[in-house]
Design a protein around this ligand. Structure first.
Ligand code: GDP
Ligand code: MG
Length: 458
């Protein structure tokens, strides 16, 4: 997970809070110090850290604990809310409604602009938008070829003119074509550092292109320097959003994350690897939830949505939450999780699961099960797949024979199905309750019994 260390420190801090016998001034001081230390280690700027913890402390002392919350819960909530607003608060999806809507990406050399153009394109292609790329990096010799290559991977048009040295001219050559697209993503040139030349170029391009959104692409590994950079770009071309790349490779991403506190341009996306799919929409609530170990159902759904088709995901989410969830859904859901790579990463997004630390063997076995399930499902009738509750003992025997699997495999799959169905229902109808049951790495009540059953069977 991105910013693992910060997450661990913050989780430990909250554990301290939850486990304390009395909530008093001394405890609050200790908690605030812990949070400061954790943020500083993640390379968040000192001034910002103090501004943040002062705001927290002020609320802690001034606010009355609302009815229905314990003092501890209230404190956790304040920490959560303040961290969330520090990271730009809740951001709605960007609306793609123009013909075309124009995104322009700016940033230094090697920050990941060109790669991110393709990542963004894929993100919106998946959402049914018609996308084209425009390459205005006249500075790097291979920049246009790189963009073309990415565009051909995505099978979308890429407007470039190699050899042309004026970005405005390149933009104008294709101007008649742009109206055919919902979204135009414009790559620009960087430099090693912000200098006069870059500022003049970006300004000229920005004024000509009149983008609807200007994304500053920042490599997370530059740490605190991100702030100064964000400020300069913001002054030059009115950055409206930040994309923080290379979040996979650094423990110091706090610096980049706090860039939004300076420019008031929220982080909209993060890059978490070199591949086109290594890209996530950034949602402060979900991110902080995961840092604090609370997880986030929304982020989970969004990930699953990306891996499956849009329609399927939407339908599945609807059925999952309505409790109408069948075997095909279970298979697709498992398959989607597998496609997304490590299960543990996903577990972190499910409420409460972030603290569970499932043993590796458990997850591996689970992924291996898919093959067997596939065979089982191939031998089921459509009716059985849609109504797994009606699969009786003699049907189980028939399916086992037909699929060359063991009856115990089928029973296990059915059990997993029942438990998943219950869990999704609970996640939706009563996430707080589920979270409470799982806090502090321990589970009690219904959720605990359910997970015990799920794990015991593997
Ligand atoms: P540009 O100069 O700003 O256009 O940057 P590029 O898009 O050419 O990327 C520079 C390098 O960073 C390339 O090697 C990319 O593969 C790599 N890169 C971009 N985004 C990420 C990311 O999120 N994670 C990792 N690990 N590498 C990235
Ligand atoms: Mg580039």
């Amino acid at each position: 997970m991105v910013l693992d260390n910060l997450g661990t420190s913050l989780k430990n801090t909250l554990k301290k809070l939850v486990g304390a016998s009395v909530v008093d001034e001394a405890l609050i001081n200790e908690i605030v110090k812990d949070i400061q230390r954790a943020l500083l280690q993640a390379d968040v700027n000192v001034k910002l850290v103090f501004a943040l913890t002062n705001a927290m402390r002020e609320r802690i002392t001034k606010e009355k604990t609302p009815a229905g919350l314990t003092k501890r819960e209230h404190l956790v909530h304040i920490v959560y809310e303040e961290l969330t607003s520090f990271l730009g608060g809740e951001q709605p999806e960007i609306e793609i409604s123009g013909k075309p809507t124009k995104f322009m990406l700016v940033g230094l050399f090697g920050s990941g602009k060109t790669t991110t153009c393709a990542k963004l394109a894929k993100y919106y292609l998946k959402r049914g938008k018609k996308v084209a790329l425009v390459g205005l990096d006249v500075w790097r010799p291979a920049a246009m070829a790189q963009l073309e290559q990415l565009a051909s991977q995505l099978k979308i048009p890429c407007f470039v003119k190699k050899g042309e040295k004026d970005p405005i001219k390149i933009y104008d050559i294709f101007v008649d074509k742009y109206k055919d697209f919902d979204l135009l993503i414009i790559d620009t040139a960087g430099r090693d550092a912000v200098n006069e030349e870059l500022i003049t170029e970006i300004k000229t391009v920005a004024e000509h292109v009149k983008a609807d959104h200007t994304f500053l692409v920042i490599s997370a590994d530059i740490g605190q320097a991100a702030q100064d950079l964000a400020q300069k770009f913001h002054d030059t071309c009115g950055v409206t959003s930040v994309i923080s790349t290379k979040m996979d490779g650094t423990a110091k991403a706090g610096g980049a994350l706090s860039a939004c506190a300076v420019t008031e341009a929220p982080i909209r996306f993060i890059g978490v690897g070199e591949k086109i799919d290594d890209f996530e929409r950034f949602n402060a609530k979900g991110f902080v939830g995961r840092l604090l170990g609370m997880g986030d159902l929304e982020a989970l759904l969004e990930k699953a949505q990306g891996a499956m088709s849009e329609d399927k995901a939407e339908e599945m989410a609807k059925r999952m939450t309505a409790g109408e969830f069948n075997l095909i859904d279970l298979y697709e859901q498992m398959n989607a999780l597998k496609g997304m790579g490590s299960m543990q990463k996903l577990m972190e997004m499910i409420p409460g699961m972030g603290q569970l630390q499932l043993p590796k063997e458990v997850l591996d076995v689970q992924e291996g099960k898919l093959e067997v399930w596939k065979h089982i499902m191939d031998s089921c009738t459509k009716k059985e797949l849609m109504n797994p509750d009606e699969i009786s003992a003699d049907r189980i025997a028939r399916i086992a024979k037909g699929s060359g699997t063991k009856e115990t495999d089928i029973r296990e799959m059915l059990k997993q199905y029942k438990n998943s169905k219950k869990l999704f229902k609970m996640m939706k109808s009563n996430p707080e309750d589920l979270m409470k049951q799982m806090q502090g790495g321990k589970m009690t009540g219904k959720a605990a019994r359910m997970f015990k059953k799920m794990r015991g069977k593997r």
